[in-house]
Write a protein that binds this ligand. Structure first.
Ligand SMILES: Nc1ncnc2c1ncn2[C@@H]1O[C@H](COP(=O)(O)OP(=O)(O)OP(=O)(O)O)[C@@H](O)[C@H]1O
Ligand SMILES: N[C@@H](CCO)C(=O)O
Length: 326
């Protein structure tokens, strides 16, 4: 359970006085997620999500995240909205953490997504990329290629505790990516963490995207790579090309990938797999024993890194290369 910071009922009731949400009737910590502390609240006016922002979220970035959610909603995308307080602010403070009240989004995330869902996600991702054009705040991706070495430096010495040989393999992978990372590709606002647990469905219908707390300005195709990694591999580590094809064609039904993006895709997939490997490894080694969080397995992403390293052409992901534009 991701509840790093606990709250008391008295503190919560006092915090809620600044919002037009009625009286608190119940609250509980949410048994999912690894980044922030989330609580489900019921009040006399409805259900809400209370988020306390934790270690990887810089308070200075919160206007970007919360503003983006408003920008996307205004353009017809379904995502939760931060509720304003009576003083107009979107952010308050609770138990010493920056905190926001977020509207409750109906739906469930899919434990076993199928190709048809991957297609929906691809389409929604491209719609987000198009809809975020014109959003005027900027945020650098702190977890792009420049952010990987600082993470690695903190874990490297203990990496072989997780698997023998990891230290050498990841050092070589990181060095390769640092020297080959694309210098210029179409960019814009990306979600950067659009895993299945951040996409809600009602039946087979995608009902919304959540968790914009890694959103940033970066290469649009990097976001596609994040989704290929998180939606198109099976539990046994094999790549499901049917899902890949569905995700990519869903994406391209809204926004065509350029020839440069197509060529860069295997490298972007490697980079995105390394990013999740590194944050998971860091958490695996550093999370204090008592924290209420289910740590995620870094080795799942080692398998993916190895898969991408062997890719010769983006067609192997299920991309119809002849249809891409220059
Ligand atoms: N607006 C919302 N409406 C309904 N449920 C929500 C909402 N926001 C979060 N949740 C619930 O809380 C869970 C955790 O939220 P979230 O994914 O934002 O946490 P996180 O710690 O940032 O997770 P992650 O590990 O994906 O980064 C979600 O899986 C969902 O069940
Ligand atoms: N979605 C990430 C957690 C948030 O960074 C993971 O599965 O590792």
């Amino acid at each position: 359970m991701a509840v790093y910071t606990d709250i008391t009922e008295d503190d919560l009731s006092a915090f809620l006085e600044a919002y037009d949400v009625g009286q608190l009737t119940s609250y509980k910590g949410i048994a999912e997620g690894v980044e922030n502390s989330n609580f489900l609240l019921h009040t006399t006016k409805g259900a809400y999500i209370l988020t306390l922002y934790e270690k990887r979220v810089n308070a200075g970035d919160l206007p970007f995240f919360l503003g983006l959610m408003h920008h996307l909603t205004d353009r017809g995308l379904s995502c939760p909205l931060p509720l304003p307080r009576s003083d107009g602010e979107l952010l308050g403070e609770l138990s010493g953490r920056p905190a926001a009240m977020i509207s409750f989004l109906e739906g469930m995330w899919l434990r076993k997504p199928e190709a048809k869902h991957c297609r929906e996600v691809g389409r929604a991702l491209a719609e987000m990329h198009v809809a975020s054009q014109g959003f005027d705040l900027r945020r650098t991706n702190a977890l792009s290629v420049g952010g990987w070495r600082p993470l690695w430096v903190n874990s490297e010495a203990r990496a072989d505790e997780v698997q023998t040989g990891l230290k050498d393999e990841i050092s070589a992978e990181l060095a390769h990516l640092e020297s080959h990372w694309p210098k210029s590709l179409p960019d814009g606002v990306i979600h950067a963490d659009l895993f299945p647990d951040n996409v809600f469905f009602l039946g087979d219908q995608l009902s919304g995207l959540i968790d914009f707390y890694f959103a940033c300005n970066d290469y649009l195709a990097y976001d596609v790579a994040v989704c290929l990694n998180s939606w198109c591999f099976e539990k046994n580590g094999s790549y499901n090309i049917t899902k890949g094809m569905a995700l990519l064609s869903g994406y391209e039904s809204v926004r065509k990938l350029t020839a440069d993006e197509v060529e860069a895709l295997p490298l972007l997939c490697r980079g995105s797999a390394l990013r999740f490997f590194l944050t998971r490894l860091y958490d695996w080694l550093m999370t204090p024993a008592g924290a209420l969080v289910v740590k995620k397995d870094p080795l799942e992403y080692l398998t993916k890194i190895r898969f991408h390293r062997a890719i010769v052409s983006s067609a192997e992901y299920g991309l119809r290369i002849e249809e891409t534009s220059a």
